[in-house]
Design a protein around this ligand. Structure first.
Ligand code: SAM
Length: 281
């Protein structure tokens, strides 16, 4: 039986072609096949670096079926690379099914690390990075997006999302309404490219800034959101007030329960709202 080949998961640049690592280039030249999210898109990158290795399409619509055939070729001894249109495969990009099926078949899978927009954004954002969460793309429709933001409102780690340029402003407006004008957010746009912009500001300010400048609503972006503040011990809620909130939460949606609890107890609505979120998420 032939010795199985290796599947290399190769990161490609997110804008600046210089970010393709020498090791990535070596692997792309050495393998017998490159599985690419979009072969025409990747042809430009491969041509630029003089890589002549054949490519095959492996994208969201064919990945499950295609993977079985690719794994057969790996098992027969071929080495293969997996790339996406930009950055690290599998990070909001195809590749999960191929990697999983390859590993299940006992094929060696090796990462060739490189650019990744969320890590690049986080590394320059100046927000706590010791613990963080990546939420991918939020749902495109307003209702789903707002529900996800609400579920994240009490998250204490820094969290990141990818957003399409034409939805950036409405996403920022929802973040502002649901997290409050003071929450710090960093917009990391066009990373590694000519118009790279990294702007950090409280949400109220950031929304106005993006609204006033249509250029900020173009290109690719990552939003890096400061985590919710940890309630200080001295700030602990009086048990009576908490009981009021608990009872109201049994009957009402979070927003109404917090508003009513604020009227009954005289405490700040936003504080009760944040606490209510931690109890319901
Ligand atoms: N696999 C990629 C990675 O490793 O970052 C992400 C692919 S995902 C389909 C594309 C999204 O990543 C874009 O919509 C944007 O949110 C983000 N992105 C990609 N390149 C970027 C860049 N140069 N600057 C800022 N965000 C970028």
């Amino acid at each position: 039986m032939a010795t199985a080949g290796t599947l290399y998961v190769v990161a490609t640049p997110i804008g600046n072609l210089q970010d393709l690592t020498p090791r990535a280039l070596e692997v792309l030249n050495a393998v017998s096949l490159i599985a690419a999210e979009d072969t025409r898109h990747s042809a430009r990158l491969l041509q630029h670096f003089g890589v002549a290795t054949p490519t095959t399409a492996c994208h969201d619509h064919n990945e499950r079926d295609k993977s079985a055939r690719l794994v057969e070729r790996l098992l027969a001894g071929e080495d293969m690379a997996l790339i996406s249109d930009a950055g690290t495969p599998l990070i909001s990009d195809p590749g999960f099914h191929l990697v999983r099926q390859a590993r299940e078949a006992g094929v060696r899978v090796r990462p060739i690390p490189g650019a990744c927009a969320l890590i690049a954004g986080l590394s320059a954002a100046g927000l706590p990075s010791d613990r963080f969460a990546f939420e991918g793309f939020l749902p495109a429709k307003a209702h789903g997006r707002r529900q996800r933001i609400q579920a994240l409102a009490a998250e204490q780690r820094t969290w990141m999302i990818y957003e399409a340029p034409h939805r950036l402003l409405e996403c920022l407006e929802d973040l502002c309404e649901l997290l409050g004008v003071e929450r710090q957010v960093v917009l990391a746009r066009e990373l590694t490219k000519t118009f790279e912009t990294i702007k950090g500001a409280p949400l109220g300010e950031l929304v106005d800034w993006v609204r006033a400048d249509a250029d900020q609503q173009r290109g690719e972006c990552v939003l890096i959101v400061e985590g919710a503040p940890q309630a200080a011990d001295e700030d602990a809620l009086d048990p009576q007030a908490e009981r009021v909130l608990d009872v109201l939460l049994e009957e009402l949606p979070v927003k109404q329960a917090a508003a009513l609890a604020a009227r009954i107890t005289g405490l700040k609505k936003n504080r009760l709202y944040q606490l209510a979120l931690t109890k319901t998420s």
